[in-house]
Design a binder for this molecule. Structure first.
Ligand code: 7TS
Length: 416
């Protein structure tokens, strides 16, 4: 596997040069250079990721963990290298604790189903927050329903921040797990997960963090956090779709039953009884997304080569600039005004529907997401049908923001 140009990223980060690594950002949309502001839904891919996957398929593909022949060994090496890169990226203590899943959704479903079957009993409680994506609500509802347990919800204030005094009251001896996102996809709020983990652990409760929206923007150290489960999607962190990571502490993963049954996850099978493989394979039934892992590894190396510090600084400047410029448009209402925010700006334009604003922006070559962002309970909390959401990545620049602001002004003129 070759990762081109990874060492050519300059010391003083040149984000325009980095932007040139992303072929999709060079294309036009509706006759204009594309402005891509929907990285929260899925980010674009640098050429290095595309090359790594092509190279794998062209030269190294075979099934993993089973062939005696050289090619299968090479594919296995490429696959397991991806695991080591992911392990280092989140500073997991052991490769055994880094599971490949299809994405955040599957990571959460795995824990809700497997941890739920083992540890959730009638009358127990699962604690989530009011700003969760549906994928961190529905799997827990399903697990609660199966066990006769109850779902409890940490409320938020009008700025879109968790009300921590309410968290303190809701956390009790019936709580069997806390599951919250690190960064809200609809509001951009960065949640105080350190405090949540510390308080939950003080009464022996494990914490799952949905890292879908944090991993592309900030350094995550699962050991420093002491988090029990952390999950994210490859496609939001400049890697391919269909692959993601679930980090889980060995003590929990060992205690949990397997999620899927099939090849690879077994030690021995007879019709009477099956014994299971050791970690991480116990949770990885069937042929995995090998090329996806190779691509994810290349993406994580790419991010690491740029560096989290430079990324955070650049995105923070862009977010401040976007917020300041959008706020100057009369009739704009920003939803999500937390003190601690990352890379998302959700807004409404008085007297217009988000969908109409999004459609006009699209005609101008500007891609934003509109709607409820898979957070219907959160939209209900604000009493709104949805928002227009611009979500940033390090490849965005101030011209993108200027085009967005001009586009919103144009939409306002057209719609009002
Ligand atoms: N959790 C959060 C916080 C998310 O933002 C998303 C996807 C998911 C979980 C699910 O990730 P998946 O990769 O398994 O689908 N969020 C969005 C979004 O904001 N717009 O489209 C998808």
């Amino acid at each position: 596997m070759t990762i081109n140009n990874i060492n050519t990223i300059p010391k003083k980060t040149d984000f325009e040069k980095i932007r040139a690594d992303f072929p999709l950002l060079q294309r036009d949309m509706n006759g204009k250079p594309i402005v891509f502001l929907d990285s929260g839904a899925s980010s674009q891919k640098p050429q290095q990721v595309i090359d790594a996957m092509n190279d794998y398929y062209a030269h190294q593909h075979a099934n993993v963990h089973r062939g005696v022949y050289q090619l299968s060994q090479e594919a296995t090496d490429a696959f397991e290298k991806g695991r080591r890169i992911a392990q280092q990226f989140i500073n997991a203590p052991s490769e055994k604790e880094v599971l490949f899943v299809r994405g955040t959704t599957e990571g959460i479903n795995l824990v809700a189903s497997s941890y739920g079957r083992k540890f959730l009993k009638e009358g127990d409680e699962v604690l989530i927050s009011a700003m969760e994506h549906h994928s961190n609500i529905v799997p827990w509802q399903m697990a609660c329903e199966q066990a006769g347990a109850n779902l409890k919800v940490i409320p938020i204030n009008d700025a879109g921040e968790l009300v921590m005094e309410e968290f303190d009251k809701l956390l009790n001896e019936k709580t069997k797990i806390v599951a919250v996102n690190h960064v809200s996809n609809a509001l951009g709020t960065i949640n105080p997960i350190e405090e949540i983990i510390e308080k939950a652990h003080a009464i022996g409760v494990p914490v799952l963090v949905d890292g879908a929206q944090s991993i592309p923007h900030m350094n995550v150290d699962v050991q420093a956090l002491d988090v029990d489960f952390y999950t994210f999607s490859g496609h939001k962190v400049f890697g391919p779709t269909g692959i993601g990571i679930l980090y889980g502490k060995e003590k929990w993963l060992n205690a949990m039953p397997p999620y899927h049954g099939g090849g690879e996850m077994i030690e021995t099978v007879t019709f009477e009884k099956t014994t299971y493989n050791e970690l991480p394979h116990k949770f990885e039934a069937g042929t995995p997304d090998i090329a996806g892992v190779v691509g994810l590894g290349a993406a994580l190396e790419y991010v690491q080569a740029i560096g989290h510090e430079a990324i955070q600084l650049h995105e923070h400047e862009l977010l401040e600039y976007a917020t300041q410029e959008l706020q100057q448009i009369e009739g704009i209402r920003i939803i999500g005004t937390a003190k601690n925010k990352a890379s998302v700006i959700s807004f409404l334009l008085d007297g217009t529907h988000p969908y109409d604003v999004g459609t006009i922006l699209d005609k101008l070559g500007i891609a934003v997401r509109t709607g409820h962002h898979c957070t219907q309970p959160l939209m209900n909390r604000f009493g709104i049908p949805g928002t227009v959401r611009a979500s940033l990545a390090f490849y965005n620049n101030t011209e993108d923001i200027d085009r967005l602001v001009e586009g919103v002004k144009r939409a306002k003129r057209m719609l009002l």
